[in-house]
Write a protein that binds this ligand. Structure first.
Ligand code: ADP
Length: 642
């Protein structure tokens, strides 16, 4: 029966067209990855069939052995990657091969620099998938039929990889997808079977399905009549037999000792679409009440969407080697969402849904096991004597340290383990390399707490007025300048038995580090300044909750502090920026009785201007802005003119 329907033309979504341009112009340095990408898609399609086949056994038709086949056609200069997986219907072909459905694409596009090398890296992280075919082909034909549809409902999709593609209905007897690449003249090397086998072995060996090519046999050429003197030469000819060229067993099911470092790395690259090797991995078979295999990787680079809300965990869930779902975020806590890998459980039912996952006790056990394993892996790197490991830990920390800190508020059970991994700059060193244990080992005699300051930037932290007394006394203070710090430290009271103390919260109490004379001087100053303080409290009553003298300042006239247990000004600023409702909390103003400006207050004719300027400057010193900047400027000018 001939088809009456004619083909229809479609345009690629703008992002796809842009991506295609990049693919063909930036990925030349490593063209052979097209095969890995297409085989990986074919394998995913088979995984999907296996999954849907649980409820629809009829989808298997009479063809239950799933495989990927690669065929080479020298006459037509094509290489074809075929699978008998789930296939595509017409609409799916239009949607999936004409648009990029993934969120974050636009975001990704804006990050491209035009520099080939770094763009290629980014593309690698992002995963070009199907479109990588255009690195070696100037035309791609896709012929597909979805499992469950009849053979007339096949689809052909053709594109030259520029702006458009063409779709028509075809007859296709076999289920699944053929991707036919019409090779460019500069890519004809991919018609050589030895070359293709090599690439498959390099990149796709671990794919759990058989990847097959037509078996070739050595055949001697017929020696032409009258040409007897020439030695008979032979050539390889194809047979009808298919041979499997990969190991075809899921990598994670093999014994560690049988897997080479290179195989682990290639598996990771396939899994994550990352061009870079991972920093480290952990592969274990966990036995006990819940049995599962975990293969978890720590990438070397943070993905571009690590901090967007849609950012998903990169764990694939398998049940007894059947692929169940991508991005199973129940299998790893949110603060470890950068981890990529595979979990294969023997205990979950095959028809497990996302909802069921949330409630399952086995899943909870697996999640905890995964978190523990990743933290142990990181701990090992951080403690290793090996310089390479230390370098890896540094890389990890600069890429993912701030995500890890989220764990302080999220995973109480592992708080101490997480704390051990954290590194900070300190008032003695800008290097983000001091652990809490390092800090403790350098504490002064008589020092009872680990002191830290939080601010919006390293500079603001370093120059924070609250640090002045500590500097004078030579007491080291941890500098915390990441957005997450302030929030995360709310959950931390102590480390290894030593309390942690935010120096801008509450009154300074240096305990034994402060001598009796200083305490006495403070009491005297408080007495002497009583009238000024009362007057200040009156002038600033809308802005502060209390005014008091302090010994914590050396060079600055004043600073803001928060009561123990209250939100700090930085945190309030952050929450406001994030559009959250924040209760109005007034800070405490502490003044330095030794400062000339403060001394000037007494009997000043411009008391009110001076008081407000001192307050606003304390806000500025913290990295904030005066509530009414124009009024601040006016007051300063008034004072300057007098
Ligand atoms: P990704 O695989 O990362 O989603 P691709 O660009 O590689 O992105 O593929 C886009 C979509 O096209 C896939 O998500 C899948 O739905 C579909 N697809 C690609 N190759 C195949 C195939 N061999 N069989 C069935 N569907 C496929």
């Amino acid at each position: 029966m001939s088809e009456q329907k004619t083909s229809q033309n479609y345009s690629f979504q703008a992002e796809v067209a842009q991506l295609l341009h990049l693919v063909t112009h930036s990925l030349y340095s490593n063209p052979e990855i097209f095969l890995r990408e297409l085989i990986s898609n074919a394998s995913d399609a088979c995984d999907k069939l296996r999954f849907e086949g649980i409820n629809h056994p009829e989808y298997y038709e009479n063809d239950p052995d799933l495989h990927v086949r690669v065929s080479l056609d020298k006459d037509n200069k094509t290489i074809t990657i075929s699978d008998n997986g789930i296939g595509l219907n017409q609409q799916e072909a239009i949607d999936n091969l004409g648009t990029i459905a993934k969120s974050g694409t636009k975001d990704f596009m804006t990050k491209l620099t035009g520099d080939q090398k770094s763009d290629a890296q980014l593309i690698g992280q992002f995963g070009v998938g199907f479109y990588s075919g255009f690195i070696v082909a100037d035309k791609i034909t896709v012929e597909s039929r979805r499992a469950g549809l009849s053979s007339e409902d096949g689809v052909r999709w053709v594109s030259g990889g520029t702006g458009e593609f063409e779709v028509e209905q075809i007859n296709k007897a076999s289920r699944g997808t053929d991707i036919i690449l019409h090779l460019r003249d500069d890519a004809l090397e991919y018609l050589e079977s030895y070359k293709v086998k090599q690439i498959i072995n390099k990149y796709s060996d671990h794919i759990s399905l058989p990847i097959q090519m037509q078996k070739e046999v050595w055949q001697e050429d017929q020696v032409a009549d009258g040409d007897e003197e020439k030695a008979p030469n032979g050539k390889m000819v194809k047979t009808e037999e298919w041979e499997t060229i990969n190991s075809a067993s899921a990598l994670w099911t093999r014994n560690k000792s049988e897997i080479s470092e290179e195989q682990y790395i290639e598996f990771y690259k396939n899994l994550s679409h990352d061009f870079d090797a991972p920093l480290a991995w952990a592969h274990n078979r966990v036995e006990g009440s819940t049995e599962y295999t975990q293969l978890l990787y720590i990438p070397a680079k943070a993905p571009h969407d690590l901090f967007t809300r849609e950012s998903k965990a990169g764990i694939k869930l398998y049940v007894k080697r059947v692929f169940i779902m991508d991005d199973a975020d129940n299998l790893i806590p949110n603060y470890l969402r950068f981890v990529q890998g595979v979990v294969d459980s023997a205990d979950l039912p095959l028809n497990v849904s996302r909802e069921l996952l949330q409630e399952s006790r086995d899943v909870k056990t697996i999640r905890e096991g995964n978190a523990r394993r990743v933290l142990t892996l990181l701990d090992g790197l951080s403690k290793s004597e090996d310089e390479k490991d230390q370098e890896k830990f540094k890389t990890f920390y600069s890429e993912f340290g701030s995500v890890l800190k989220e764990g302080l508020g999220e995973d109480f059970g592992n708080r101490e383990r997480i704390l051990k991994l954290l590194r900070y700059a300190t008032s003695n060193s800008d290097d983000v390399s001091t652990s809490l244990a390092d800090y403790k080992s350098r504490m002064k005699d008589g020092q009872k707490a680990i002191y830290y300051v939080t601010a919006d930037s390293l500079n603001a932290a370093k120059n924070s007025p609250q640090l002045e007394l500590f500097k004078k006394k030579g007491i080291e203070v941890l500098l915390m300048s990441e957005r997450v710090d302030e929030w995360a430290m709310n959950f931390v009271q102590e480390f290894d038995g030593t309390p942690l103390q935010n120096v801008s919260k509450g009154a300074v109490d240096l305990g034994d580090l402060q001598d009796a004379e200083e305490k006495k001087a403070l009491e005297q100053a408080a007495e002497q300044f009583k009238p000024v303080i009362e007057k200040l409290g009156e002038s600033l009553k809308d802005k502060t909750k209390e005014v008091r003298v302090t010994t914590r300042l050396v060079d600055s006239p004043a600073c803001l502090v928060t009561s123990e247990g209250e939100l700090s000004p930085q945190l309030i600023r952050m929450l406001k920026q994030a559009g959250q409702e924040v209760p109005e909390i007034k800070p405490i103003l502490e003044i330095n009785p030794e400062h000339p400006l403060v001394k000037k207050l007494e009997g000043s004719a411009q008391f009110d201007d001076l008081a407000n300027v001192i307050f606003d400057q304390a806000v500025i010193a913290e990295g904030g802005l005066p509530e009414d900047p124009a009024a601040y400027v006016k007051r300063i000018n008034n004072l300057l003119l007098k």
